[in-house]
Design a protein around this ligand. Structure first.
Ligand SMILES: Nc1nc2c(ncn2[C@@H]2O[C@H](COP(=O)(O)OP(=O)(O)OP(=O)(O)O)[C@@H](O)[C@H]2O)c(=O)[nH]1
Ligand SMILES: [Mg+2]
Length: 327
């Protein structure tokens, strides 16, 4: 099968002009696991980086079915109506085969999927969290370069993906359901500790009576945790994503976070850069040595096939990572 080739200067220019088709092609490129595509992907990201760094990166997490996609539809609409542009990326390494979220997202983000100021990209294909996280990190860069000043990352709150997403975003919003306060609703306790804002969703109809109980439960649980920032007590709020109620207040809180924690956001990004640099170098070294010691014959075949010198490839990768994350 013939491999796609990419004209990187033209693609970079189109993305920087906000061309959505180019953005989609660029994201496909950074998601590609083909070794020939990696160099082009690195060049593309390098070209886009100077136009990034100003967007707000917002993580939305919660158990399956809590209403993340519905929430993003309503929340994203509010952001767009305030004159901004929103890109939505999904991270779901827990279900690489269930492309269900794609279908669900298309139907649950009706308004966003047809709005010219919104861009929705479903979960990248990938079998390792590291691969998915790298692809998402680079997709965020491309979205920012294309002029999206808010990038929302949706992730299911059941696995390790939250730690990865927490290290990709500036603010982490956790969605929970009313009522089931005492069993943590199938999500890990650590995820509650990661949250910057907790929102009880589905605060409508017969759920309403359980909402205050849930707010009380989580608010008192949070008081037992040390403050993450001296001027930020994690708020517990409620909304109905389906009926668009309470969303304005949630958006106000998110903006308040950026206003209050502004300098921390910069510091946080520097910490994240270090974290990803370390993760990526470790991953590359691991790949490098496991290829060398365990599969010498495969390595040889691979080298012949792609005519690639592994050491210089590794060096190039590390140089690229340094460039990406020290900016
Ligand atoms: N009553 C009520 N139903 C809601 C609300 N938000 C979402 N739902 C419903 O909950 C179901 C799941 O919603 P999604 O938005 O797909 O949830 P999700 O968390 O994105 O699900 P996954 O991506 O599969 O993990 C759908 O049937 C929604 O209509 C809400 O505020 N109130
Ligand atoms: Mg969803």
């Amino acid at each position: 099968m013939e491999r796609k080739t990419f004209d990187i200067p033209a693609l970079s220019e189109a993305i920087l002009k906000g061309d959505r088709i180019a953005l989609s092609r660029g994201i496909t490129l950074v998601e590609s696991r083909h070794p020939d595509h990696r160099k082009s992907a690195n060049d593309l990201v390098r070209n886009c980086i100077p136009a990034t760094g100003r967007a707000r990166r917002i993580g939305i997490s919660g158990a399956p079915g809590v209403g993340k996609s519905t929430f993003i539809e309503s929340f994203g609409k509010q952001i767009i109506q305030s004159g901004s542009k929103v890109a939505v990326l999904a991270v779901d390494p827990s279900s690489p085969i269930s492309k269900g979220s794609i279908l669900g997202d298309k139907t649950r983000m009706d308004w966003l999927s047809t709005n010219e100021n919104a861009y929705i990209r479903p979960s990248p294909a990938g079998d390792t969290l590291g691969g998915v996280a790298r692809a998402t990190r680079e997709a965020i860069i491309l979205c920012e370069a294309a002029g999206f000043d808010h990038v929302i990352v949706e992730t299911v709150g059941v696995g390790q993906s939250e730690t990865a997403v927490r290290n990709l975003v500036d603010i982490f919003v956790l969605l929970l359901l009313p009522g089931a306060g005492d069993d943590l609703q199938g999500i890990k306790k650590g995820i509650v500790e990661m949250a910057d804002i907790i929102v009880i969703n589905k605060a409508d109809g017969e759920n309403l009576s359980a909402v205050n109980k849930a707010i009380g439960f989580y608010a008192s649980a949070l008081h037992l945790l040390p403050l993450k920032h001296e001027n930020w007590q994690v708020p517990v709020m409620s909304c109905s994503a389906l009926f668009d109620t309470g969303m304005e207040k949630v958006l106000q809180k998110v903006m308040e976070y950026f206003a209050k924690i502004g300098s921390f956001v910069t510091e946080n990004r520097q910490q994240q850069a270090k974290y990803w640099l370390k993760e990526s170098v470790l991953e590359k070294l691991q790949q490098h040595f496991s290829l060398r010691s365990r599969y010498p014959f495969r390595l040889k075949r691979w080298k012949n096939k792609w005519k690639m010198d592994i050491s210089s490839h590794l060096k190039r990768q590390i140089r690229f990572l340094l460039f990406t994350w020290m900016h």
